[in-house]
Design a binder for this molecule. Sequence first.
Ligand SMILES: C[S@@+](CC[C@H](N)C(=O)[O-])C[C@H]1O[C@@H](n2cnc3c(N)ncnc32)[C@H](O)[C@@H]1O
Length: 281
Amino acid sequence: MTATVEIHHGDNLSVIRGLDDGSFTLIYLDPPFNTGRTRERAVETASSSGTADAASVVRRGFHGREYERLRGDLRAYDDRFDDYWGFLEPRLEEAWRLLADDGTLYLHLDYREAHYAKVLLDALFGRDRFLNELIWAYDYGAKTRKRWPTKHDTILVYVKDPARYWFDSEAVDREPYMAPGLVTPEKAERGKLPTDVWWHTIVPTTGREKTGYPTQKPEGILRRIIQASSRPGDRVLDFFAGSGTTGAVAAALGRHAVLVDENPEAIAVMRQRMPDATVID
Ligand SMILES: C[S@@+](CC[C@H](N)C(=O)[O-])C[C@H]1O[C@@H](n2cnc3c(N)ncnc32)[C@H](O)[C@@H]1O
């Protein structure tokens, strides 16, 4: 079976609204941390009527009142987060609609947003849908001497249905034990299952993987996610695709990928990285 990659160039909200309910086993999202206020407001206003259906389904279906109250409190408390969430919320509601019953959503966040997002997502999707908080720890770049240098990202993981979600730990590449002398040689040879803390280098500044796209994530991080939470032949979605790491890894693992980005530079990088992909403007 040949894995297909479809790349859409455009604003993700309008693209994903045209995709079918429940059609993705895995959705990975790595949204930008700082987006411009004016543009966010414009996008939100322009989209509010179109998202009403998806939004009301999510709010009615889960914890509507609690969510509305929390959202109001957090937005009033932090203006910057208000902007960020105003942009993200309608896209997350669409993502939830697009997830299959056995599907999983991975949301890659900055430490400044992660805790607000966790509280809101628990209220929006349901706390019982929360599966994991993954910490991706790296050690690169300048280090402040005024506090603990921040060298991690947070990835929140939610499942559409806690009784049915797909998760295959056996399919995940194992990693070396920290103290191999404490386990049998057979165990040391096999390696251990990764936990929820992932030590992984950033994309090496030289080497095969590097595309030059500024926010590119390492293939190793996406490989684990895709191996665990999808099967060959499943459909994977990334609508903040950037350099297309999700698509490149998904295709290499035999999954079908749908990617969206509004930045022409991202589309150019993705074309080069995945020359067989179909590009839709
Ligand atoms: C943090 S980067 C993603 C990097 C990606 N994970 C990778 O490995 O290369 C976020 C991406 O979202 C895109 N983006 C931001 N807002 C968007 C929108 N409304 N519609 C489509 N793409 C958007 C940006 O152009 C950027 O490429």
